[in-house]
Design a protein around this ligand. Structure first.
Ligand code: NAD
Length: 298
């Protein structure tokens, strides 16, 4: 498949239809697939007819999910921070997939935990409602010896992702460049790759770093027919989301629909509002749903 040189052509046309049938027979590798978003990706790809290799270090959950997905899924236990384990995961993904291929790779594994890099700056307690922040913990005594920080978050979210990207490109290059196969790398960032996230220094840095990886690769990967994409979600209810954010979602969370800009200049609509104007897209959707529902009931 030939990919054009990267240039900014503005937002993708929203009404463009998804051609899920193109996923049938493709081989997909997803890291961090034993939970949350990775699990949802694995389920959706299998549903679309792809073969999925679920990669995670949580063996119990990963095995359970892969076996529920049936013969089009396999689980490989792998810590993404370990190069040799990732090489093994890609090898098994290729070997066991029906077409002996590796078409789509999603570098999704990530953690968000206690970040001790700048403990002397304390833990920021951020009031989501009042929009105030306060310094509550001054960290270890500055007169004592410095503590070596644990860099597990950077190692997982950025170093592990670089290993995944490197291996994806390596195995993509074995693929024939024809329409039957693909060379698609999807990198997982976050809105924390665009905004300030006080207290989450490694998470913030890693997710900005993932954007750097994408921006670098997009300039050259087209030469080898490789597509590079970035997904940057914000607060999807999964185990990674901190308790304070879960509570905020419970009280104030909104469901947003991505829509053509002719309907909303921001490109999305708040689906929790119930005072939709005449002629608005949600009212049109409502009519369609009601028609479909009554047709189903007949
Ligand atoms: N949920 C959100 O609101 C949100 C928002 C922005 C970005 N993200 C990103 O999406 C990705 C998936 O997060 P999620 O919400 O599904 O969280 P999750 O905790 O449900 O899933 C993360 C998965 O990664 C696995 N994992 C962690 N470290 C690993 C390692 N070293 N090796 C192998 N597997 C490892 C975990 O076992 C888990 O199955 C992460 O990169 C996260 O930063 C999530």
């Amino acid at each position: 498949m030939s990919i054009p040189v990267y240039q900014n052509n503005g937002p993708i046309s929203i009404p463009a239809s998804l051609r899920l049938e193109r996923l049938s027979g493709k081989s997909v590798l997803v890291t961090g697939a034993a939970s949350g978003l990775g699990k949802a990706y694995a389920q959706a790809f299998v549903k679309a007819g792809a073969y999925v290799t679920l990669v995670d270090f949580n063996e119990a959950l990963g095995k359970e999910i892969a076996s529920a997905l049936g013969e089009n899924a396999q689980f490989i236990k792998c810590d993404v921070t370990d190069w040799d384990q990732q090489v093994e995961a890609f090898e098994v993904a290729m070997k066991n997939s029906p077409q002996k291929s590796c078409d789509i790779v999603i570098a999704n594994a990530g953690i968000l935990g206690h970040d001790g890099v700048f403990t002397l700056q304390g833990n920021w307690r951020h009031g989501l409602d009042s929009h105030t922040s306060s310094l509550t913990d001054r960290g270890p005594d500055p007169a004592g010896p410095p503590e070596k920080p644990d860099l597990q978050t950077i190692n997982t979210n950025l170093v592990g992702l670089l290993y995944t990207a490197k291996l994806a490109i390596h195995y993509f290059r074995r693929q024939p460049l024809d329409a039957s196969r693909d060379r698609c790398l999807i990198l997982k960032s976050s809105l924390a790759g665009y905004l300030d996230a006080p207290g989450w220094i490694q998470y913030n840095a890693s997710k900005f770093g993932v954007r750097g990886v994408m921006r670098c690769l997009r300039r050259t990967s087209w030469q080898e027919g490789i597509r590079v994409n970035l997904v940057a979600p914000w607060y999807v209810r999964t185990p990674i989301v901190p308790e304070a954010a879960q509570e905020y979602l419970d009280q104030k969370g909104r469901a947003l629909g991505v829509v053509p800009r002719e309907y909303a200049h921001q490109g999305y609509l708040d689906l929790d509002l119930d005072d939709y104007k005449q002629g608005s897209l949600p009212l049109e959707w409502q009519k369609i749903v009601l028609q479909t529902a009554s047709a189903l009931a007949e």
